[in-house]
Design a protein around this ligand. Structure first.
Ligand code: F6P
Length: 364
């Protein structure tokens, strides 16, 4: 076929490394195939409402070290179930899929590269089933997508959390306090676990292991008795106390995304611990600092490799797949195999064993 015109969009929550992908797709499509590249703006919104611009190599000159996405993104724009609030705050759900397909056809794209997490890639798969030539490129700081060992943005987020833990160590030790750090991780505790190991946390609480406060308190007491009256605890936002649900700061029905906003578990644990010990407790919520800023070299390289391999796959008409890192290689994985599955930290993983065998408390 030969690629003449390709499109790229970034959807869902942003992360470091998205611009590396945009740059790689643009450069590779132009240099290898002399193709035109259309940048679709603000995720699928750009296809629904016809917002796009042409991308040249010059447009991508300075963007490799930039956080965010030059194309914009949204985690609100689901073309099949688009949520809109009226003035009274009532939600209506509209199906914009036909309009999306019409706009796609007007653009005359040989392939659309969809860069996104689980939700965005499932939308991509639905369009693929309706006949659009789509290739997925996985991203999420949570690192919880099946089919790929790592997603870009994750290593950068872990480093941000590790740096924060290093800082909390010095102030926590000076004041003899219990310092709690809440990090992202809705359903999977990868960030908390790896940042916690790297940042010398004494307790790490993740969604996969419902925690018992008594176990965390035991750890703090043991440390105090051993002459270290300070402790560092890292908690994933989706961590749950045994027998309870994750703590949400805003309900799903109040949000345009239709997904509850997590947050607050750090302050909850700080309060509960503070009631039971005679040490001061402080909580820091790292939030979106983990998603912003310049990507680490690892994420720049991964984003670049995924972008170029995606263009190669498009040239070979291997639509309906996502490019993914498995071991050292970028391979193709069918989009349909994602099927809404979350890749949590396996309970028998070496990482969990590693943490516990060096004495880290996982709340159990
Ligand atoms: O999925 C990535 C993620 O960073 C989650 O860890 C977090 O719950 C969510 O995005 C936050 O999304 P928003 O930008 O809507 O607050």
């Amino acid at each position: 076929m030969g690629l003449k015109r390709v499109g790229i969009l970034t959807g869902g929550g942003d992360c470091s490394g998205l611009n590396a992908v945009i740059r790689a797709v643009t450069r590779s499509a132009i240099i290898e195939h002399e193709a035109e590249v259309v940048g679709i703006e603000d995720g699928f919104d750009g296809l629904i409402f016809d917002r796009h611009r042409m991308l040249s190599i010059a447009d991508t000159k300075e963007i490799l070290p930039l956080g965010g996405t030059i194309l914009g993104t949204t985690n609100k724009g689901h073309p099949f179930e688009y949520r809109e609030f009226d003035k009274e705050g009532r939600v209506t759900i509209r199906d914009y899929s036909k309009q999306t397909i019409e706009n796609f056809k007007k653009l005359k794209l040989d392939c659309l590269f969809v860069v996104g997490g689980d939700g965005t890639l499932q939308i991509a798969h639905r369009f693929c089933e309706l006949g659009l030539p789509v290739i997925g490129i996985p991203k999420t700081i949570d690192n919880d997508l099946v089919g790929t060992d790592y997603t870009f943005g994750y290593q950068t987020a872990v480093q941000v959390a590790c740096d924060a833990l290093d800082r909390l160590h010095t102030t926590g030790e000076s004041h003899q306090r219990v310092m709690i750090l809440e990090v992202m991780g809705r359903d999977a505790g990868w960030i908390a676990l790896e940042a916690g190991i790297a940042g010398r946390a004494h307790a790490i609480l993740i969604p996969e292991i419902p925690y018992q406060l008594e176990k965390v308190l035991e750890k703090i007491h043991l440390r105090k008795e051993g002459g270290s009256p300070f402790s560092i605890i890292v908690i994933a936002e989706g961590a749950k106390e045994i027998g309870k649900d994750a703590i949400t700061s805003e309900s799903a029905s109040n949000r345009l995304q239709g997904v509850a906003q997590l947050g607050g578990v750090g302050f909850y644990v700080a309060h509960e611990i503070g009631e039971r010990i005679d040490l001061e407790v402080r909580c820091t919520v790292l939030g979106h600092t983990q998603r912003g800023g310049t990507p680490l070299a690892f994420d720049r390289v991964l984003g670049t490799r995924l972008g170029t391999e995606a263009v190669q796959a498009a040239a070979e008409e291997k639509f309906g797949n996502m490019v993914a890192l498995q071991g050292r290689e970028i391979i193709l994985v069918p989009l349909k195999s994602l099927a809404g599955i979350v890749r949590q930290v396996p309970l028998d993983s070496q990482l969990i064993r590693t943490a516990e065998s060096i004495g880290v408390c996982l709340g159990r």
